[in-house]
Design a protein around this ligand. Structure first.
Ligand SMILES: [Zn+2]
Length: 285
């Protein structure tokens, strides 16, 4: 489970590294004239990593389900004759690490496919939107500030600092939004599959090593059992949380989730803003 969360986080990091390289290759004053190329690079990088995130999450879902129920589920990449051994092999391949193995006895099969169909058009739209908000609109805004300021008012060091601040915030914003879309490739596949899989009973939130106050609160709530209307998973930019599906009451929560839940109890109640302050005082880092 930790291997899964870390592998998803690594996919977001791959995307971030690739995007950072693209940005580093463009001079600040060339950005406005390179938006078309930048958008193509941005959306392609998101697409590729989101596709990998989805493959990883499906391999993970199928493995966890088989471990907990002894049955293999159909859908993308399903191969007849699957065993715990072959499901571990698929998962290891998707993470790039060898984290487990299993026996090769053939498992019972549920032929149902609970995984959502990849909606490439919708994904492309979300990536374009992210680019527009995080890059194109900001560049336009920045350009208009430039025009309004008149270069004479800023001396060189000031101007350089201002440009650097702009580029840093552009990079942070676009990387966070892109990384969220990358991981949503996997998160959406799992969160949707749960709803459509009679074998699944719910999920819990596995956070990264230092989640924000909101995610810590959500993780501290423990398992979210499925209902007719299970709320959206609720990720945000720079969030590396994953929904971990559960198929039996014998699941084990990560120790951090227990820690967050004790923190919440000790906090004793109050507004979200109060919790935020309390959490940031107590949380490591
Ligand atoms: Zn989170």
């Amino acid at each position: 489970m930790a291997a899964y969360q870390l592998a998803q986080q690594a996919l977001a990091a791959d995307f971030a590294a690739r995007w950072a390289e693209v940005l580093a290759a463009v001079e600040a004053r060339e950005i406005a004239g390179s938006l078309t190329e930048l958008e193509a690079e941005y959306t392609a990088a998101i697409r590729e990593s989101a596709a990998a995130s989805r493959v990883l999450s499906i391999a993970f879902y199928r493995l966890v389900r088989a471990l907990e129920t002894g049955r293999v589920i159909g859908g993308p990449d399903y191969r007849p004759g699957a065993s715990l051994g072959s499901l571990w092999a698929d998962f290891n391949k998707a993470t790039g690490k060898r984290t487990g193995t299993g026996p090769h006895e053939q498992l019972a099969v549920d032929t149902r496919n609970p995984f959502p169909v990849e909606d490439l058009a919708h994904e492309a739209l979300r990536a374009e939107e992210a680019f527009r908000h995080q890059v194109a609109d900001r560049v336009a805004q920045h350009e208009s500030e430039h025009a309004g300021q008149g270069s004479a008012e800023l001396n060189d060091p000031e101007l350089i600092a201002w440009e650097k601040e702009f580029l840093d915030s552009l990079k942070t914003g676009s990387t966070g939004a892109g990384g969220m879309l990358v991981q949503d490739g996997g998160r959406d596949a799992i969160h949707t599959a749960l709803q459509d899989d009679p074998g699944a009973i719910g999920y819990f939130r596995k956070t990264d090593a230092s989640p924000c106050y909101f995610c810590a609160l959500m993780a501290g709530r423990g398992a979210i059992y499925k209902s007719k209307r299970t709320a959206a998973f609720g990720a945000h930019p720079h969030c590396h949380c994953q929904p971990i599906p559960i198929f039996s009451r014998r699941y084990q929560l990560p120790i951090e989730n227990g820690r967050f839940s004790r923190m919440w109890r000790d906090f004793g109640g109050g507004s979200l803003a109060d919790w935020r302050t309390y959490y940031s005082d107590k949380a490591p880092g």
